[in-house]
Design a protein around this ligand. Structure first.
Ligand SMILES: *Cc1c(COP(=O)(O)O)cnc(C)c1O
Length: 362
């Protein structure tokens, strides 16, 4: 039992900025003089219309999204995009997938339900996903409908430090665990998608940023709800959108703006990640899991090499007021997810805790 907020290193759903949570609380019973909570509003009302329009305008401003891209607020999580992407973007049936971790593997598997010509352009599975492929390692199909990558590998703690060159073939990026963590050149992608529960908002919202010329070519049998063109035409309101997460998304974007935008966000995130990697690189007890060239700024994976000691670390970390430091069940070890909302102070305290644990256990 805690009588205060703790440092939650969960990979997702994860922490939200305290200022945002406080504003949600203040506006919970009566949003902006409407006499009701945002949770209770008609999505067709004037007051809600303003919320969703502002959320979109802020997304465009903060990420500097070019005018020929649409921003969609959908449901179904990133996992539904594993199917929606092939259902909407496959025209010739050919697509390239780069498998650099667990989620990109799931996306690759899902795409194969829709075509027999889904090509594995590269995988770092033999390296236990300790890094992502280099440009030279990508075996790309020149006339593919798209190339799919996962930009930050949440479970293994790696990220792409470059945007692959794919010529005229649209690049599709799963940015679920790194969107809004730093500036990114949206024009290098045909489509970006992200589940909200890591860096955007509570679970229930999926953001899709799509170059408008890519929509409108669905495979036969595609459900109406899964057609990007339908969602574009209806301004993400073909049916009831995830109203409350969209509102929180608006508040999170305002919070990022108040800090100075994505350049400032990146500087803070770099500082946090460096604190933990410094501990790992100077440690005789802990080892970083990811290859230094492709280390994630959002998910820091590490282990001691001794499963019992890992378990002891996790147990003691909980008693010390940190939560969710246990690594993903598929890889073991530890993982500290340090998304935008994790305060610098939380990472400083974790770094100190790690140093002390090393002293006590070496
Ligand atoms: C969390 C995550 C997913 C899965 O997201 P859901 O919204 O739960 O479907 C997919 N890809 C990446 C990179 C993730 O981090």
């Amino acid at each position: 039992m805690f009588d205060h907020r703790i440092y939650n290193f969960s990979a997702g759903p994860s922490m939200l900025p305290e200022a945002v949570l406080k504003q949600c609380a203040e506006e919970m019973l009566n949003y902006n003089g409407s006499g009701m909570s945002v949770m209770e509003m008609s999505h067709r009302s004037k007051v809600y219309d303003e919320i969703i329009n502002q959320a979109e305008a802020l997304f465009r401003e903060v990420m500097q999204i070019p005018d020929n891209y649409k921003v969609l607020f959908l449901q179904g999580g990133a996992s539904l995009q594993f199917a929606m992407v092939p259902m909407n973007l496959l025209r010739t049936g050919k697509a390239d997938y780069v498998v650099s971790g667990s989620f990109s593997g799931k996306a690759y598997d899902e795409a194969q339900k829709f075509s027999e010509n889904i090509h594995l352009a590269a995988t770092t599975k033999p390296l236990k996903f300790s890094r992502v492929p280099t440009q030279d390692e990508l075996d790309l199909t020149p006339d593919a409908d798209y190339v799919h990558i996962c930009f930050n590998n949440t479970i293994y703690g790696t990220k792409w430090h470059y945007i692959p060159e794919t010529g005229n073939v649209p690049l599709v990026g799963d940015l679920s665990s790194c969107i809004l963590s730093e500036p990114i050149d949206v024009s290098k992608f045909g489509l970006i998608y992200a589940g909200a529960q890591k860096n955007i908002a509570p679970a229930g919202l999926t953001v899709v940023i799509i170059r408008e010329d890519l929509a409108g070519f669905t495979l036969p049998g595609t459900p109406t709800m899964m057609d990007y063109a339908v969602q574009i035409k209806n301004g993400s309101m073909y049916n009831t959108p995830p109203c409350y997460p969209i509102y929180v998304c608006k508040l999170v974007l305002e919070w990022i703006k108040s800090l100075g935008g994505l350049e400032a966000m990146k500087a803070i995130n770099q500082k946090k990640a460096a604190m933990l990697y410094d501990v790992l690189d100077s440690s005789k007890l802990f080892k970083a899991v990811a290859d230094p060239v492709d280390r994630s700024m959002m998910n820091v994976t590490f282990r001691t090499g001794d499963e019992d000691l890992d378990a002891k670390f996790v147990k003691e970390s909980i008693a010390a007021g940190f939560s969710n430091l246990k690594g993903h069940r598929s890889v073991g070890g530890m993982r500290a997810s340090i998304y935008n909302a994790m305060p610098v102070e939380g990472v400083e305290k974790l770094a100190a805790f790690m140093r002390q644990f090393e002293k006590d256990n070496l």
